[in-house]
Ligand binder design. Sequence first.
Ligand SMILES: NC(=O)c1ccc[n+]([C@@H]2O[C@H](COP(=O)([O-])OP(=O)(O)OC[C@H]3O[C@@H](n4cnc5c(N)ncnc54)[C@H](OP(=O)(O)O)[C@@H]3O)[C@@H](O)[C@H]2O)c1
Length: 292
Amino acid sequence: MKLLLIGKTGQLGGDILRNDTGHEIVAPDRQILDVTRPDSVATALLEHRPDAVVNTAAFHNVPLCEVDYSEAFRINCAAVRDLAVACREAGALFVTFSTDYVFGGEKRTPYLEDNRPAPLQMYGISKLAGEFAALSAAPDHAIVIRTCGLYGISGANSKGGNFVDKRIRDAKASTPLEMGCDQVVSPTWTGDLSRAVLQLIAHPSLRPGVYHLINEGECTWYDFTKEIYRILGLNIVVRPVDRKGLTGAMRRPLYSALANTKACALGITLPHWRDSLERYLRAKIATGPERP
Ligand SMILES: NC(=O)c1ccc[n+]([C@@H]2O[C@H](COP(=O)([O-])OP(=O)(O)OC[C@H]3O[C@@H](n4cnc5c(N)ncnc54)[C@H](OP(=O)(O)O)[C@@H]3O)[C@@H](O)[C@H]2O)c1
């Protein structure tokens, strides 16, 4: 397949580019293809004539979405709708990404693709609106992939890096570390996610709709932090703190682990989060400047 990738400097986009083995990928710079400029999307589709457009762009700094919600809706919903329309008209598959934050956290077992969303904050609301926008504008062409707690080599610019790298930096500080034990999530390495995405979009039995893709298992950010330091052999004291899902007045779901039910049915599975974290850290130690 020929893929038009949006967001190549990001965590997921970067790994899709690095880990692709069988597709032809074109990945224009953001200055050339900006999802908020439909003319740039139309030009790219005309120029490259891709079989699929893979959109990893998002406005996903969650607290900032509360303040600048018009920008959140512009990138996470309106731009997604415009991309979906352009793909439908060009006859291209449209692949876009959503989040565990579309759920409200009332469950205690992993959310399935068809569970009822109930987002608690503007980020989740704008991403859920983007899901509807994609699926209603291009019902025969749109694939929405929900994922959770991403970390990858590139780090998310809008969040000042990824969670794992921030904990490696914290380990060098002398102040005691407090980590949330209130939210249960499925942390996911974009290395594994990118390979699963590439498998999914090329699958002969792929149908339009919503899919979940996350590393297996669930944990709190406190558990995840302890595991980072255990793998690295660092003896760092971490105190669990229960923030009850609150950042100021903004609420996050207390439980948002996902189940990869539909992808698994196609034979696409991801490793357990502990396994992926270990491989990410091993690669990081071997190559990265942030060696603890
Ligand atoms: N990160 C998470 O924990 C998480 C969790 C659940 C779901 N997701 C979803 O997964 C997807 C990928 O997340 P990620 O962490 O890989 O994101 P990321 O690292 O922040 O990457 C986003 C990419 O999109 C680009 N971009 C932003 N605005 C754009 C625009 N207007 N036009 C074109 N490109 C634009 C960014 O460019 P710049 O480098 O120039 O900013 C960057 O390359 C997103 O849909 C996100 O909502 C993420």
